[in-house]
Design a protein. Structure first.
Length: 150
């Protein structure tokens, strides 16, 4: 199968335009990117390996042309339910696994809407509008920009 590598070198913004949150996944600290430009949650195959999540990955059986992505991606699989802890909030979410050795874990607009999130760039935080309104500050310095594959 031929597809475009998941990389947007031309679209990279300055570091201050990247909104990241600290979270825990499988007992490990992870930085998650808030990606309002993509509907779905994404995770790189490198992050899957680092977190030991391979047993949770289901083989992708979807037609790539029907996925709601703005660009063509190499989809390796899907994790149906993954527990994340963001601040004091525990959520279950699904992730498409994209082919990349670079670290990437992002929450897309579909999840952000379902959690009734408000992104407050002035206060540098995300407010989750779930029954237990949780305010989570942005990570002050995202991981090395070269590590983010977006």
């Amino acid at each position: 199968m031929s597809c475009q590598q998941f990389s947007n070198e031309d679209e990279k913004e300055e570091g201050e335009d990247i909104f990241c949150l600290a979270c825990k996944c499988s007992g490990q600290e992870v930085t998650v990117l808030i990606d309002t430009g993509c509907r779905m949650n994404l995770m790189s195959s490198g992050t899957v390996d680092r977190l030991g999540l391979k047993p949770l990955v289901e083989e992708n059986k979807m037609d790539l042309g029907q996925l709601p992505f703005q660009r063509k991606l190499c989809i390796e699989g899907f994790i149906k339910e993954l527990s994340l802890t963001i601040g004091g909030l525990r959520i279950m979410s699904s992730f498409f696994i994209v082919e990349s050795t670079k670290p990437l874990m992002s929450l897309g607009s579909k999840t952000l809407k379902s959690l009734k999130c408000v992104i407050d760039t002035g206060k540098q935080m995300v407010v989750f509008g779930t029954p237990k309104r949780e305010q989570v500050d942005f990570v002050k310095k995202p991981p090395r920009e070269s590590d983010l594959d977006y």
